[in-house]
Design a protein. Structure first.
Length: 226
């Protein structure tokens, strides 16, 4: 996962949660990171949009269940109006409908509130760098959803075979992503470094036109790798 770089500009983050008892401590704790600056705290989606419009903002840490405008609708609006701003969902809800709705709206990451501060900070850095981060429970549910294929889930890309220039190692990496493994576990299983795993993933995503980790899970299943 992307780590802070010495001397790099601090990432500007908006924390959105309708509960002040969650929102304020979370903003304070994230502000302790050397490379993260919480520039606004929002109680609903309309406040998120106003904070982003006032900008600049790099990442929004988004709760889903909020009054006035919920997190899914706010994510959809941000994706349309401010595509340069990454959204990481942080919620207590890990049901299939919530996960699929948020990812379809454009969320780049999805964590549950069991995540620790360092996990949240890593997800923020990854999202700002264009990477996707999913909680292990979320990955497992997404994998199960794609396999069972409910009507609400996007259909696996069965008509999209993997390109011929995908290397055997890249296929192995894709198969392990399809099993819900994070980069560290993939590195351990293949006896390679995390940096090498990231290189394989970047090459794989570029060759196969894979958007994010959720899309990679679908492609792995469609290709019969998971």
């Amino acid at each position: 996962m992307t780590e802070p770089t010495q001397g790099a500009a601090r990432l500007k983050v908006v924390v959105a949660d309708d509960q002040a008892a969650v929102r304020e401590p979370l903003a304070a704790v994230l502000g302790l990171s050397d490379d993260i600056e919480v520039v606004a705290a929002a109680a609903d989606g309309t406040e998120v949009l106003a904070a982003v419009a006032a900008g600049p903002v790099d990442v929004v840490l988004m709760d889903l269940r909020m009054p006035v405008m919920d997190g899914t609708e706010a994510t959809r609006r941000l994706t349309e109006e401010h595509p340069e701003v990454a959204v990481v969902v942080l919620t207590t809800f890990a049901d299939d409908d919530s996960i699929l709705a948020a990812l379809s709206a454009g969320a780049r990451g999805y964590l549950t509130k069991n995540a620790g501060r360092q996990d949240i900070a890593r997800a923020i850095r990854a999202a700002a760098a264009g990477q996707s981060v999913l909680d292990r429970e979320v990955q497992a549910r997404l994998l199960a959803t794609v396999r069972t294929g409910p009507a609400a889930a996007p259909a696996p890309a069965a008509s999209q075979p993997l390109p011929g220039d995908i290397t055997p190692r890249e296929r192995e990496v894709l198969a392990l992503i399809g099993q819900g493994l994070p980069n560290r576990a993939i590195a351990q299983q293949l006896f390679i470094s995390e940096a090498t795993v990231k290189t394989h993933i970047n090459n794989l995503f570029a060759k196969a036109d894979i958007r994010d980790r959720a899309d990679a899970v679908r492609r792995a299943i469609a290709a019969g790798l998971s």
